[in-house]
Ligand binder design. Sequence first.
Ligand code: GYE
Length: 332
Amino acid sequence: MLCLVLVFLLASCGRETGIVTNPTLKRADYEKKEEGNISVGFIQTGKESDWRDANTNNFLNVFTESMGFRLVYVDGNSDPKRQIKAMYDLIAQKMDYIILDPIVEDGWEDALRTAKEEGIPVIISDREVSADPSLYTCWIGSDFEKEGESAIQCLEDYLEERDRLDDPLKIVILEGTEGATAAIGRTKGIEKGIARHKKWEVVAKKCGNFTQGEGKQVMEKILEEHDDFDVLISENDNMMFGAMDAMDDAGVSFGVDKDVITISFDALREAFKEMTAKRLIATIECNPLLASTAKQVIDKLESGQKVKKKTYTEESVFTYKNVAGVVPSRPY
Ligand code: GYE
């Protein structure tokens, strides 16, 4: 009886009582910083795309109070310096964990070293950092280079079906933010694929910062300089939507069996509508729903388990030929 009372008393004290979903969670190697919910600082890139909004909402929905968390969300406002400052602010607030979606890879060494010295585990999510991996806990996200290669595979399949694989081809690339892993990796994969074809040529490659507005502006400029190209690859759906507006305005025909072959990345619900309308040939999926994987990492650390240094998410490729029925079920 005495034992039972003791067990009950032990179980009901300490910070575990604030965690509703998993009462067995306990802080492992990390010093306990405050009573109650686990505090998590989340540094987001900004609001540049619909992918990003889906990613933000996913974190807000997973790291809730009822799940045992106190989330501090910081909007990076597409400004790498603001993100670094946010990291120092969150360190000063003694967060239990920091989750970082970095805008660009470079510049994180000092801030990450400070977090490490303060004993705050940092989980990098979505894009990567160039800093030494010993400075952060782990990374979760997509294989961007593979995504780039998949885009060229889609292009090859499309051309092969039309017996055009060996024809000369003029390609335009709309790139994402300079220095961002999603842009670096996708460009690398795309260029690797293009290099297989002697008659293929990139006639323009310009940065649209992953936004729809810049996608349109940059495409307008490209259309002034190039009136003859066969393929447009946009490193996200939103820039493609902007570019589509520019092409519509300029009277350029694009899509299935039209003048310009259109391929992009992310696989937003809107992209499925464009594929159904045969204005978009393919979109390479990039999964924004990373929060539950980040939560699993925290759960593991809390119970003293080791975590994998790199975790890649599962992704698919969608073309105008396999879109049937996807739109209604697409959550973003
Ligand atoms: O493709 C784009 C976004 O980093 C994977 O950033 C992410 C990219 C995504 O804004 O739409």
